[in-house]
Design a protein around this ligand. Sequence first.
Ligand code: NAD
Ligand code: TYD
Length: 336
Amino acid sequence: MKLLITGGAGFIGSNFIHYWTHNHPNDEILNIDSLTYAGNITNLASIKTNKYKFTQVDICDTEEINKIFKDFKPDNVVHFAAETHVDRSLDKPDVFIQTNIFGTYNLLEASLKNNIKRFHHISTDEVFGSLDLDTADKFDEQTSYKPNSPYSASKASSDHLVRSYAESYGLPISITNCSNNFGPYQHPEKFLPRIITNLIDNKNIPLYGDGQNVRDWLYVEDHCRAIESVLLNKSTIGQTYCVGGNYEDISNLDIAKMVLDIFNLDDNKIEFVKDRPGHDIKYAVNWTKINQDLGWKPKYDTYQWLEKTTQWYIENESWWRPLKTEAEQFYAKNNQ
Ligand code: NAD
Ligand code: TYD
């Protein structure tokens, strides 16, 4: 395979490139990433194979994207690049509209012109909006879209565009809508790395609102395995798959307590802070379809891999320290 990966210097993209080069060493990969504040090329420094290459490019740059497709001639595109943080989308939505919608459109056009075999779009469960706290319902492939933040609305728009390119022009696409990931190389602006690095710094855990919001957590390698199973299964053209982890609801307060337990600290490190506007109360994903069609299911236990992830942050302070300084300045400016 010749894989064009967008956003491969970010959290999930870089984990995916590590996973793919390890498991499919004969495949060629070109990673294109504009290296925004969320992109970090050092995530991939340990990859030594000459089958992997990186080019710094903005997916919104039509001319550059056309050149990349013409020169590299990918057969598969795996599209991770996006603006991804809900809090930043509330502060400055414009770049989310530009990258997540226009950038995706640009890649779809280039894919169409270059007869790509597969355009795989990485999306989120947040496009479905929010579930009620007390419901046993979960999002699945039939759930209607009801995004609540500029981030999720821009991702929803990109999903619609991707689907429309299959329906209107026959572009061979697939989409995965995945729940909240955790693992190494996640920017310390996001909840889990933020609370882990706060505890390393002997600071409190800031919980938005009353901490009862529920997220569906998935270890990042399980997400990579799900994308792999979609890409390698020839029968999945045009399909959408929901990907998630938890069997039971886990609130932010539960997660905070799990991390405190790993640090051997008690609950007085928890600080309830101002809630996020439009804060989705609950995400939960029904991943039956990908399980039945492709045999995928999550492999990694949340608590055990939370412990390993915490250890990774303890051992890799030089990676997250500069990023945390900027992230905390952003939160301070927004009183979070
Ligand atoms: P991230 O913010 O860590 O990384 C995003 C990457 O995209 C960065 O390397 C950034 O430099 C790059 N990028 C941003 N704008 C770009 C542009 N205009 N041109 C080229 N590159 C650009 O994000 P992530 O958490 O790794 O998420 C990757 C994808 O997975 C996103 O599409 C996101 O919506 C989706 N997703 C994430 C999660 C999660 O829990 N993190 C869950 C479900 C889906
Ligand atoms: P986040 O990592 O931003 O992911 P998303 O909002 O896309 O699900 O946040 C995960 C959950 O944690 C969400 O309910 C918001 C909450 N949260 C806090 O309580 N405190 C924090 O400092 C952050 C960053 C998030």
